[in-house]
Design a protein around this ligand. Structure first.
Ligand code: ATP
Length: 408
């Protein structure tokens, strides 16, 4: 009898204990899951940071390597001789020489191929065909998709660019009739990410012109004669596709004030610059081609570029003022689902003075990411604040130690 009374009471106790154990375990599982989500987010953030560092390291390593390399010479293969030897003719002095190459190279090379050779006439590498080089350094876009309405806070700059670049492309006859030489082009200068490339693309879009972009650093070739040849190719390509807008970013790479050091690399960069100025001056042969150049280092530019008659307008593209920032926030949130109470003017006041258009674009994208992470479909002011904190952190990271690394 006693047994039958005691049994259920024992069972009850163990059921209560089991339930509280299960609750505890569930709590623990929830906590662990939360920790896992946090860790995962942290992991994604760290991976992003790592990627950024890696990209910076790669860039600095590339620049470092470029600086350390001594220039090479270009030669053309004349004949393939027996026993891994080839006959080459050097460009510039036309001297012929017989040099030995690896078996692999001997098999790959053909007469008329261009090769890079060092001071001892060793073939360092075979140069890609000219068309490949063109393709590598130039980006040709038949119709860029940027319009003037995608650019905020740069009204006066846009007006100047339109007068100088757009008019000669849309109405070249007007210049002929009046007997005025159409402008050579404009030089945009200002901090990175303020919209210089956007302006050039919008002009090309507006004038139905082909947009041809290349970086000055790609023109600063270390092979003798190559830079000038690329400039000629650039203008040829533009003429083939006229009307065209040529956009040369980082013009300082070939137009920086000459230093005391007179290496053959410097001389080569000078020759490239001269070729560029020559092509710009020859308007009759230039066709319906406008030139927009851009630089972040205006103070370093060579007088040869700044002399009157070279670029008709030197236009500063600064970081936007508060109204400009508000306009840019407006543009970049146009397609986003932002909360009703969000005022772009308030956002413009939230960010610091030096915030550029590209920072604002990054802030808007990041704010969207915060909303997604929190399972929301609407972006709140908090999202913008968090995004701003994150973007300014990464901006500091990018601008901070770079010099230290570059000069190490
Ligand atoms: P860099 O000197 O580094 O080449 P940049 O001045 O050419 O920079 P852009 O490439 O034009 O800068 O801008 C980068 C991005 O930042 C653009 O694609 C755009 O999204 C945004 N941006 C920059 N400035 C503006 C602006 N004034 N209005 C709207 N968006 C802008």
């Amino acid at each position: 009898m006693t047994d039958t009374v005691d049994q259920p009471s024992q069972n009850n106790t163990s059921t209560v204990a089991d339930t509280s154990d299960t609750e505890e375990l569930e709590e623990e599982v929830q906590e662990l899951e939360q920790q896992l989500t946090d860790l995962h987010e942290k992991f994604v953030e760290v991976q992003t940071e790592k990627k950024k560092y890696k990209q910076r390291l790669d860039r600095v390593t590339r620049e470092n390597k470029k600086l350390k390399q001594s220039p090479m010479f270009v030669a053309t293969v004349q004949e393939l001789l027996a026993e891994q030897e080839i006959l080459i003719r050097q460009h510039g002095n036309n001297q012929e020489a017989v040099t030995e190459v690896t078996a692999e190279m001997h098999e790959e090379l053909e007469p008329q191929d261009r090769v890079a050779i060092d001071n001892s006439l060793n073939v360092v590498k075979s140069l890609t065909k000219e068309t490949d080089v063109r393709a590598q350094v130039m980006t040709v876009d038949a119709k860029p998709d940027v319009t003037y309405t995608d650019i905020g806070g740069l009204d006066s700059q846009l007006q100047e660019v339109r007068e100088t670049v757009e008019l000669p492309l849309t109405n070249p006859g007007q210049f002929e009739e009046i007997g005025v030489r159409p402008p050579n082009g404009v030089l945009l200068h200002g901090p990175p990410g303020t919209g210089k490339t956007l302006i050039a693309k919008a002009v090309a879009n507006q004038t139905d012109a082909t947009f041809i972009q290349l970086a000055g650093s790609d023109l600063a070739q270390k092979f003798i004669g190559e830079g000038a040849k690329l400039v000629r190719n650039l203008f040829e390509t533009a003429r083939e596709q006229e009307p065209a807008v040529i956009f040369i970013d980082e013009i300082d790479a070939i137009g920086t004030t000459r230093t005391e050091s007179k290496t053959s690399g410097d001389a080569e960069v000078q020759r490239t610059l001269m070729q560029l100025l020559h092509e710009m001056d020859g308007f009759e042969d230039r066709g319906d081609v406008s030139i927009i150049a851009a630089t972040n280092r205006f103070d370093m530019l060579d007088d040869a570029i700044l002399r009157p008659g070279r670029f008709d307008r030197l236009i500063e593209v600064p970081a936007p003022d508060t109204d400009g920032k508000a306009e840019i926030f407006e543009i970049h949130t146009r397609e986003m689902n932002v909360g009703d109470g969000i005022d772009t003017h308030e956002l413009a006041l939230m960010v610091d003075e030096d915030t550029t258009g590209s920072d604002i674009q990054a802030i808007c994208t990041e704010a969207g990411m915060y909303a997604i992470r929190n399972d929301r479909t609407e972006i709140t002011m908090d999202d913008f604040q968090n995004a701003y904190a994150k973007v300014s952190d990464s901006r500091e990271m990018q601008t901070g130690p770079v010099e230290g690394v570059a000069f190490a």
